[in-house]
Design a protein around this ligand. Structure first.
Ligand SMILES: *[C@@H]1O[C@H](CO)[C@@H](O)[C@H](O)[C@H]1NC(C)=O
Ligand SMILES: *[C@@H]1O[C@H](CO)[C@@H](O)[C@H](O)[C@H]1NC(C)=O
Ligand SMILES: *[C@@H]1O[C@H](CO)[C@@H](O)[C@H](O)[C@H]1NC(C)=O
Length: 276
């Protein structure tokens, strides 16, 4: 009698124990799984395609399990091109015409004025950032500032951290950016604790990633933090992407000779499928 009771309880005990291990979901992650997160991604002419699509790919797959909504937000609704308008790329030189570049349009569903309440906001990088700066366009920065307090998380990919710095939300915070554009971004945030060797950084509710593809690694780390890894790992394996899981792995800081970078850090990486 006693024996059979213990036998019946054992699987239950094993399940409970599993929930309390370091890798099991925390209570907050479990709560997040039933919370409907409102996600916003900002677009502007000349956004970097993968900065948007990489993180979005993973989010879309995960939305099969956990409720989310998405808004693509720009200064006007409708198609926004990934091709940057002509702009000065080297100070003192004439504007560079990029009209020969192939490009993709993504559709902005909302403007900065009509965007719904947001829990998560992501700012991508891209050549278009230079145009915004050249035109003294601060609409993205004003949007970040106006939404910052309500946001649960603010994310940037690549040179998107330039807008966070210009908005003033990175003061005394750790952040990183596109390593091939390091000197350009540095002019915008004197009080930011820029991290020269980082695939991505997290400081409080702000997550920033290095250039372009690094946004996918940050997104994996971010979504692991918010939801835990069970569904996420099988998604990463389904899309056959092996994320870098060490935020200090950053050979591109060496490739691009970023001042202050850890020159002795490992260049090679041997990533493996998520969860293995
Ligand atoms: C950032 O890095 C990538 C890769 O080097 C590059 O293609 C992109 O144009 C860079 N600059 C900006 C402003 O995103
Ligand atoms: C942007 O601001 C600078 C400095 O105030 C000014 O010199 C420049 O003409 C402005 N550019 C545009 C496109 O308004
Ligand atoms: C979501 O998860 C994060 C990380 O565990 C936690 O900080 C946050 O409070 C959670 N949010 C809710 C609504 O539980």
């Amino acid at each position: 009698m006693r024996f059979s009771l213990i036998t019946t309880l054992l699987p239950l005990l094993a399940l409970t124990a599993d929930l309390t291990t370091a890798t099991g979901p925390t209570k907050k992650q479990l709560a997040n799984r039933s919370k409907k997160f409102s996600i916003g991604i900002v677009l502007y002419p000349g956004f970097e395609p993968l900065d948007v699509i990489g993180p979005f790919e993973i989010m879309q797959s995960l939305s099969a399990y956990y409720p989310m909504t998405i808004s693509f937000i720009a200064s006007k609704t409708g198609p926004i091109s990934s091709r940057a308008p002509p702009h000065v790329m080297v100070p003192g030189q004439p504007p560079v015409d990029l009209s020969h570049l192939i490009a993709i349009d993504l559709y902005a569903t909302h403007t900065f004025t009509t965007a719904p309440p947001l829990d998560i906001l992501l700012i991508p990088g891209g050549m278009g950032g230079m145009v915004l700066v050249e035109n003294n366009d601060t609409s993205i920065e004003q949007f970040i500032t106006s939404r910052y307090n309500q946001l649960e998380y603010l994310l940037s990919v690549c040179t998107g951290s330039m807008s966070l710095a210009r908005a003033g939300v990175l003061k005394r915070k750790r952040a990183t950016t596109n390593k091939s554009f390091w000197p350009w971004v540095m002019q915008f945030g004197g009080k930011v604790k820029w991290v020269p060797t980082a695939r991505w950084t997290q400081d409080g509710k702000i997550w920033t990633s290095s250039g372009v593809a690094a946004g996918m690694d940050m997104t994996y780390a971010f979504l692991s933090h918010v939801y835990g890894t069970e569904q996420l790992n099988s998604i990463m394996n389904a899309i056959e992407y092996a994320p870098h899981t060490d935020p200090s792995w950053d050979p591109f800081s060496v490739v691009w000779n970023v001042p202050g970078a850890n020159q002795g850090g490992p260049i090679e990486s041997c990533v493996k499928p998520a969860g293995l």
